[in-house]
Design a binder for this molecule. Sequence first.
Ligand SMILES: Cc1cc2nc3c(=O)[nH]c(=O)nc-3n(C[C@H](O)[C@H](O)[C@H](O)COP(=O)(O)OP(=O)(O)OC[C@H]3O[C@@H](n4cnc5c(N)ncnc54)[C@H](O)[C@@H]3O)c2cc1C
Length: 284
Amino acid sequence: MIPAAFDYVRASSLAQVIDLLHDDPDGTKLVAGGHTLLPALKLRLASPALLIDIGSLTELKGIEISETSIKIGALTTHTELLASELLSKELPVFSQAASLIADPQVRNRGTIGGSLANADPAADWPAVVVALQAEIEIAGTNGLRRVAAKDFFVDIFSTVLEPNEILASIHIPQPKAGMRFIYRKIRHPASGFAVVGIAVGVRLQQGVVADISIGVTGAASHAFAGQQAADFLTGRTLSRQNIDQAAKLLSETTECLSDRYASAEYRANLIRIETTRALLALSS
Ligand SMILES: Cc1cc2nc3c(=O)[nH]c(=O)nc-3n(C[C@H](O)[C@H](O)[C@H](O)COP(=O)(O)OP(=O)(O)OC[C@H]3O[C@@H](n4cnc5c(N)ncnc54)[C@H](O)[C@@H]3O)c2cc1C
């Protein structure tokens, strides 16, 4: 449980981080809240030559709300997302989802950027940012680029981030008036991570679904958008029959993970149940 030796730099600017990553991308690791990386170092699952502590970079912290979008810095902690009254007023799904993450100790240290960059298939934020149709802003030697959240997650613990890049912020378009979001999860009883987590956003117009987005986590190798189910519901009412059919479609078209705790069949059933519950909650 003792990490291999590494050099340590406490970064003072984003530009410095990018320079250091450029020098040795494969031998360098960033540490934000450290709640995932430190155990990995101790278990020697990661043995970087250089550890860059980005924890004090104020340029990657905070929540900014404008008329058109909401920007969340990568270093914003789960607790800050839970406690922000301003954010809760705009998008209550943030405090709702944050309250379901682990315990106060983890929430106080863990960051949304660390969670997204780590791409644990059972992490909560990936489903939420996919349903919010967010864009992930990435900084690197060539400047900034943005990637739609639905295209950011590639595989288990794998994203489109290159080794010489850093996740800088999350940008969420201001939802249309009347759009409501919900996040539901079945927690693993030991870790609290999502066995299956479903985030849904719906806007109804005269009882018919005008806009809908669905993000899924926990079920498969990485978070993804439930596009087929969303397409099915668009233009339809949220009747029990339509909800059941959409939930079944999402469940049947997902290639579910299987592990010691939950078989693929069990996860598929949880997708069906949690999608149904989320849509029922948004139907009235
Ligand atoms: C006991 C326990 C229970 C947990 N339960 C849950 C849960 O229920 N739900 C949930 O979603 N999560 C859960 N987590 C995960 C936790 O909430 C954090 O989200 C997670 O640890 C990652 O955030 P961090 O800031 O600690 O990242 P770190 O541990 O610092 O980093 C994680 C990885 O991301 C990289 N990284 C970090 N920041 C950036 C960045 N800005 N750009 C590029 N790469 C970056 C690091 O190099 C590292 O590879 C749990 C963790 C623990 C220890």
